[in-house]
Write a protein that binds this ligand. Structure first.
Ligand code: AMP
Length: 256
């Protein structure tokens, strides 16, 4: 039988728990911004397979939102999330508030000055400073053996993996495959904000990304369908896209 899910809001609670479980058990960590779906669940299931204990964080990180409207309308569902985490047998959920995470009000931040300026970084100024800063803080608090991240956000996965390596953190950053709806749309908390028409068009993003057409043709096809394309690029053996449908920005990537 699963033991009850522990809900921690403070760093002290996490520290006491670490002392309680000792050094003989490994900790797997899954950072999220909540509104959990099957994509998140696949990460925590992988963590549970590979570790004695699994801890999930839920924190909508203000410093990674370059658009205040996007931050304010980001979906939240704490009750639904806690139900999922209990059912899945997660050991701990860490739900800090902004004061806990940013006692310095974001005075200190991690800045990567190369790959973070490309793709999403070129269209969302400061976004990856926010991501890397909150990830460094979370990894320092939780001190996990492994951290599981989705390949849906491939650029984010690579940047966090490289940061962990170059700041000599003990955590292994593990990339996990993108989980999709049956129609191919990559699962994302933001999908909840698509209206019915947009939801019907949205799977065309993945379908076009996988097509053998060149990227100019794909860009044209997406524009004709009503997508506003932020970028569509091929690099590192992958095809990356970000495109807006109405107010919702969708991202995806595939191996070429
Ligand atoms: P988020 O809550 O959107 O910040 O995502 C938290 C983690 O879940 C990140 O590592 C994401 O890459 C991952 N994730 C989000 N959607 C998916 C998906 N559809 N498949 C796999 N991982 C995902």
């Amino acid at each position: 039988m699963n033991t009850a899910l522990k809900v921690f809001k403070t760093i002290e609670e996490v520290r006491s728990w670490q002392i309680e479980i000792g050094k003989n058990e490994t900790i797997g960590f899954v950072p999220t911004m909540g509104a959990l779906h099957q994509g998140h669940i696949s990460l925590l299931q992988e963590s549970k397979k590979q570790n004695h204990k699994t801890i999930v964080s839920i924190y909508v990180n203000p410093s990674q939102f370059n658009d205040p409207k996007d931050f304010l309308s980001y979906p939240i569902d704490p009750e639904g999330d806690l139900k999922i985490l209990s059912t899945e047998g997660v050991d701990v959920v860490f739900m800090p508030d902004a004061l806990t995470m940013y006692p310095d009000k974001f005075r200190f931040r991690v800045n990567e000055n190369s790959f973070s300026n490309e793709l999403c970084g070129a269209h969302r100024p400061g976004h990856f400073d926010g991501v890397l800063t909150v990830m460094l803080k979370l990894l320092q608090i939780i001190q996990p053996d492994q951290c599981f991240m989705g390949e849906k956000d491939y650029q984010q996965f690579l940047l966090v993996r490289d940061m962990a390596k170059n700041f000599f953190l003990k955590t292994e950053i593990v990339g996990c495959p993108t989980v999709r709806e049956v129609d191919g749309l990559a699962m994302s908390s933001r999908n909840l904000r698509l209206n019915q028409t947009e939801r019907e068009i949205a799977p065309a993003l993945y379908k076009n990304l996988r097509a053998s057409d060149d990227i100019h043709t794909i860009r044209k096809n997406l524009s004709e369908l009503g997508f506003e394309v932020d970028y569509l690029e091929e690099k590192m053996g992958r095809r990356f896209v970000a495109a807006r449908l109405g107010n919702v920005r969708l991202i995806d990537n595939v191996q070429i």
